[in-house]
Ligand binder design. Structure first.
Ligand code: PLP
Length: 398
């Protein structure tokens, strides 16, 4: 069985890495060039300018050859000093992991407890900052699109809460899974450091990550004393002025990044975001028609990037095993769905609808889920795929 080649394309419907479109694969399939030469310099300047448009910023964006976790670390080590208080918010697994990383760096991270079914409640951040009259909290860190739950948080509301509290803390935001699929505005929302990665909405393979940096964050980085070498912004930004990096950059991924930015900007970011919102709505209609529950409880916070689905009970008060279901879908229908992470492990699975994605990709995905329910004996009502077809047909071309 292992040797037999599955025909057709694998459906990679996890919420990142997302499927890499052929146009990007081809753009990367070129010889690696001299990263100190003129051809590279033109590429470096192009990607640094294009990526600013994707973050909606006129401020610098640092590009690292690393996974998103590296850019999380970079955001903290560039702006903070050992023992600094930072305020974080438990939206789900990724917020929890960022907090653990902060602990390991010797920061004093406080996590506002959440239920993994709602986004950030900005009023709780405001109350905590108002209580911090000595301004010991140096940064507020939140996840924009919580990939473990399919819940998106209102970053403008967090900014407004910090401003209302008249608190000087920096605002650090993780949009690793949001950027390029969910609306994001680094400048307009007054974010100091935005962290992102290549393998989700940007449609690239894993391996690039980003810090978009405000003037206030740059200023903070001059005083911050956590050890930083590889992640230090200063040297990278100085070399970026000329289109270069202080070390060997991930040249072929940068070819891909140039293409990815072109693709997103050609379609138009607003159209891209509307496309993912529509696919999120079609997915939820399917879930409801199946008689199942979406993990996100607040309709204003539904993620356009992914939908987390709660497994139904089996009649004995136990939930059907989400991972056994996912294994059956992979084995019989050649599709990977996202597993439940952390606190929701085993009772939730996730459907990615991010990146290079269209109506028929969604219908194929939902058909695979519905067929998987039948094969795995998961109780559900028929008609989820039909509900999605109806909605997509009604709204096509709008
Ligand atoms: N933050 C969020 C919201 C994520 O979705 C992920 C990865 O899925 C990470 C951080 C960690 O990024 P990476 O796995 O690229 O290190």
């Amino acid at each position: 069985k292992l040797n037999s080649h599955p025909s057709g394309r694998h459906f990679l419907q996890i919420p990142g890495p997302s499927a890499v479109p052929d146009r990007i694969l081809r753009a990367m399939d070129y010889p690696t060039i001299d990263h100190r030469g003129p051809e590279f310099q033109a590429l470096g300047k192009k990607v640094l300018a294009s990526i600013q448009q994707i973050f909606k910023t006129e401020q610098p964006v640092v590009i690292y050859p690393s996974s998103g976790t590296g850019a999380w670390e970079a955001a903290l080590v560039n702006t903070l000093s050992a023992g600094d208080d930072v305020l974080m918010y438990e939206t789900g697994q990724f917020a929890t992991l960022w907090k653990k990383l902060a602990d390991k760096l010797g920061l004093n991270a406080e996590l506002i407890e959440g239920d993994w079914r709602h986004g950030v409640d900005a009023s709780r951040i405001e109350a905590r900052l108002v209580a911090d009259t000595a301004h010991r909290i140096k940064a507020v860190c939140v996840v924009h699109n919580e990939t473990s739950t399919g819940v998106t948080s209102d970053i403008a509301a967090v900014r407004a809460a910090i401003d209302r509290a008249k608190h000087p803390a920096l605002l650090l935001v993780d949009t690793i899974s949001g950027l390029g699929s969910a609306d994001y505005r680094h400048d307009a929302w007054g974010v100091d450091v935005t962290v992102s990665g290549s393998q989700k909405g940007l449609m690239l393979p894993p391996g690039l990550s980003f810090n978009a940096v405000s003037a206030k964050a740059l200023e903070a980085s001059k005083q911050a004393t956590l050890p930083k070498a590889y992640w230090g912004w200063e040297e990278i930004l100085a070399m970026n002025e000329k289109g270069f990096w202080p070390y060997t950059p991930a040249t072929n991924l940068l070819y891909g990044l140039a293409e990815a930015c072109d693709m997103l900007l050609e379609e138009g970011l607003d159209r891209v975001f509307a496309r993912h919102r529509r696919h999120g709505e079609a997915t939820r209609r399917a879930v409801r028609a199946w008689g199942l529950e979406v993990l996100c409880l607040n309709e204003d916070e539904y993620s356009p990037v992914l939908t987390a689905v709660v497994m139904p009970e089996d009649g004995n008060g136990k939930r059907h095993d989400a991972d056994a279901f996912r294994r059956i879908v992979l084995e019989h229908f050649n599709m990977s769905l996202g597993q439940g992470l952390g606190k929701v492990s085993g009772w939730v699975f996730r459907i990615g609808h991010l990146g290079d994605f269209n109506d028929l990709t969604l219908l194929g995905t939902l058909a695979g889920v519905e067929a998987g329910f039948i094969k795995a004996g998961v109780p559900h009502q028929r008609g989820g795929v039909q509900a999605a077809i109806d909605y997509l047909a009604e709204t096509a071309g709008q």
